[in-house]
Each structure stands twice: as structure tokens, then as C-alpha cells.
Write a protein of this length. Structure first.
Length: 412
């Protein structure tokens, strides 16, 4: 008869919790949800844990409750880069965690399953990501009912930014400046088209082409962490988001300056002529693009696309009836409550519903527009920045009250 596997040692259990914590961080989990998940997992593995998370690292202090106080204290300090939203790997890591915690997998099998998530992306996957950049940029331009040339220009710039993003992942020295370079490319292409082909809604085209890089979700998460009393993490995340907005603005301003040096003076117009069907088509295209960019598994496309579409529609029609802040609040509230219900019923991460449900509502585009207007000396920059704060307050209130309406059973 085969012997039953030996129980996991104290060190092995700590190693597994640290591995899960690092992965949840890399997959874009906010501080309060990451710490909640680690507390639950540690308790199920027979560990006492005091986690501390911030956007660039983790500190995890462990002890064995079966041993004398202070006899088993262990602390792990893990330095990490800021995480990126990867709902596919987040969902898979959650499944592995559940399997290990319930005894369906051993710790060794859990580690092996987690290492499978580190496979190098295929060429087809990378190509799909690049195309999704173009679809997202063109889709958002369509949602704003811009003219066809504006939509095509935004989609072209999105493809170029997608290629630049893939290149920067292989060249670390380019990564720090990638946001500014992407904004520079967006500005130059938009200015060339507006100068040599036909007038564009210039700033709006630039913003829609940069939509994937905008830190609206980071701003929302930062305020959410601050309201959850995670002061350090929220402040650091807010500073990172603000820095990203500044880098994007700097790139676009450099593009304008270069154009002036080359005697290129773009013709600008304000025109939104598209019929209703263009907006509906753009909504579906944008939802698909964000599902690809969030790297969800194929079986979850329906959930993610449905959440993105529902979140946008609730915000749009409730906003028409009762005002934009009410629409944003109701959308965030409903999508948070539905995400928690999804997690309770299917035992899967509620982020699969919550995150795409608010992605097209976050204030990244408004913050970039306000800063661009401020630097360019335009009117209305102060009011635009107030709109950003209004959007953030509505979204954070919706997230908070959504969690009250349907309490989360899973931290993720």
C-alpha cells in the first residue's frame, strides 16, 4: 500500500502563502483584498499571519499557533513591481488556492500548478494583445461618437502603442519611459493626420488612443484603499497614478512642441456626428477588447463582456435620468454587488465582474484632459479636475455600498 503523503512542514506552508501573496499582488489585487485573502489562506493552513501590502512590496509575519509565543516567528519581505490586472491568472491562482486549502492538492502540486502560470506567452497571444489595444482605442472613440477619421486614427495609434508595449516588456530600459513615449507617438500621429489629411477632435483622439494606459482604475483603487484605512498603500498608489498621468501629459506636450518646430499646425474641430448604432457597436467592441486586455480565460469572456456592457449602460441611462454622479454611483454599486454575488454562488473571484463593470467609468480620461488643458493654458482645467474628484467619489461610494448590499464571501 502506498503511504499517505507526509503533512506539510511549517516552512512549506509559509513558502506557499508567500507565493500566493506575491502572485495576487502581481495580478493587480488591491491591498485590502490581498490581505484578506492571505489571512483566510493562512488560517486554513494552520498559520497565524500579519500581512502588510503596498503597491511595491509585501511584508508577511508568520507564527505557528501550536508553538510557544515567539518560538516560531518568521518574517518575509518581498519586493515587487506594481501589479497589472490579469484576471485569467488571478482566477487560476484562486482555484489553486482553494484546492490546496481543501486538501484536493498538496502544497507541492500547488506550487507546480502555479509555476504553470509562468509560461512565456505565445506569438498569437501577443498579437491578440496588440490588436486589442487598437480595438479599445477605436471602440472608445466610437463610444464618444467621433467622426470616422477620428476613430480610424485612434485605432491606428492604439495598434502602435500595443506594439510599443510589447517591445518595452522585452527591454527594461524602455519601460520607465514607455508611457511618455506612447503619448509622444499618439500626439505626433494625431497632429500629422490633423495637419495633412483633415481636422480632428485632437485632444479627444489622443486621449481615446491612450485609453489602455490611463490610470483611472489605479486612481479608483487608491481612493478605495484610503477609505479602507490602508493609508500607505492608497497614498502610494495615488502617487503612482498621478505620475502616470503626468508622463502621458508630458509626452503629448512634447509632440505639440515638435510639431510647432516643424511648422505643423493641426486643424482642430469639435464634431460628434455618429448615429446610435455606432455607439452600440463600439460598446461591444470595447467590451471584447478589455476582456482580451484583462487576459481572461476563454470561458469567462461572456461574464467579463457582459459586466462591461452592463456597467456602461447603467451609468449612461441612470445618468441621463438623475445626473452623471448618480449614474456612476449606481453602476459601481450594482456591479460590486453582482460581483460579490457571483463570488458567493460560483466560488470564483468577484473581480471577474467588478473590475470590467467599472473599467469604462473610471476617471483616467478626465484627469488627462484636465492636465493637458492646464499645461496648454486652456480654459476649464480646474472644472475638469473637479469632475475627476466627483467621478472618484461616486465610484468609491458605489464600491463601498455595493459591499454593504451584498457582503463579499471571498476577498477577491
Amino acid at each position: 500500500m502506498p503511504r499517505p503523503p507526509a503533512p506539510a512542514t511549517y516552512a512549506q506552508r509559509i513558502a506557499f502563502v508567500c507565493e500566493i501573496a506575491a502572485r495576487l499582488h502581481r495580478y493587480g489585487t488591491t491591498a485590502q483584498r490581498l490581505e484578506g485573502s492571505i489571512l483566510v489562506l493562512s488560517a486554513r493552513l494552520g498559520l497565524d499571519c500579519e500581512p502588510w501590502s503596498n503597491p511595491t512590496g509585501l511584508i508577511l509575519s508568520f507564527s505557528d499557533p501550536k508553538r510557544a509565543l515567539g518560538a516560531s516567528d518568521t518574517t518575509r519581505v518581498i519586493r515587487l513591481a506594481p501589479g497589472d490586472n490579469d484576471l485569467g491568472k488571478l482566477s487560476e491562482a484562486d482555484r489553486i488556492t482553494e484546492a490546496v486549502a481543501t486538501g484536493e492538492m498538496s502544497l507541492a502540486e500547488g506550487h507546480a500548478a502555479l509555476r504553470e502560470l509562468d509560461r512565456v506567452p505565445s506569438r498569437s497571444f501577443q498579437l491578440k494583445q496588440v490588436l486589442a489595444f487598437g480595438l479599445a482605442s477605436g471602440g472608445v472613440a466610437g463610444l464618444w461618437r467621433l467622426p470616422w477619421l477620428d476613430i480610424a486614427t485612434a485605432a491606428l495609434i492604439g495598434l502602435l502603442i500595443g506594439l510599443l508595449t510589447q517591445l518595452s516588456e522585452r527591454r527594461p530600459q524602455l519601460r520607465e519611459a514607455s508611457d511618455a513615449v506612447a503619448s509622444l507617438v499618439a500626439g505626433l500621429v494625431a497632429i500629422l493626420v490633423s495637419s495633412l489629411v483633415a481636422p480632428l477632435n485632437l485632444n479627444t483622439v489622443i486621449i481615446s488612443s491612450l485609453v489602455v494606459l490611463l490610470p483611472g482604475m489605479s486612481l479608483t483603487n487608491a481612493f478605495n484603499e484610503l477609505t479602507s484605512q490602508h493609508w500607505v498603500s492608497g497614498t502610494a498608489r495615488f502617487a503612482g497614478a498621478a505620475t502616470t498621468v503626468i508622463k502621458l501629459t508630458v509626452g503629448s506636450i512634447i509632440a505639440v512642441t515638435l510639431a510647432q518646430l516643424l511648422d505643423l499646425y493641426p486643424e482642430v474641430r469639435a464634431l460628434r456626428p455618429q448615429p446610435d448604432w455606432v455607439e452600440w457597436a463600439a460598446l461591444v467592441i470595447s467590451a471584447y477588447a478589455f476582456a482580451v486586455l484583462f487576459k481572461v480565460q476563454r470561458r469567462d469572456y461572456v461574464w467579463v463582456m457582459g459586466a462591461a456592457i452592463c456597467g456602461y449602460l447603467i451609468s449612461r441611462y441612470a445618468g441621463k435620468a438623475w445626473g452623471s454622479p448618480v449614474g456612476l454611483f449606481l453602476s459601481a454599486l450594482v456591479m460590486t454587488a453582482v460581483g460579490n454575488l457571483f463570488a458567493r454562488r460560483l466560488n470564483r473571484p468577484g473581480a471577474l465582474i467588478r473590475l470590467p463593470g467599472i473599467i469604462m467609468l473610471v476617471p483616467g480620461s478626465a484627469s488627462l484632459r484636465g492636465l493637458m488643458n492646464l499645461v496648454q493654458g486652456g480654459q476649464g482645467s480646474d472644472s475638469t479636475l473637479l469632475v475627476v474628484l466627483q467621478i472618484l467619489m461616486a465610484l468609491v461610494a458605489g464600491l463601498l455600498f455595493g459591499n454593504l448590499l451584498v457582503p463579499a464571501r471571498k476577498a477577491l
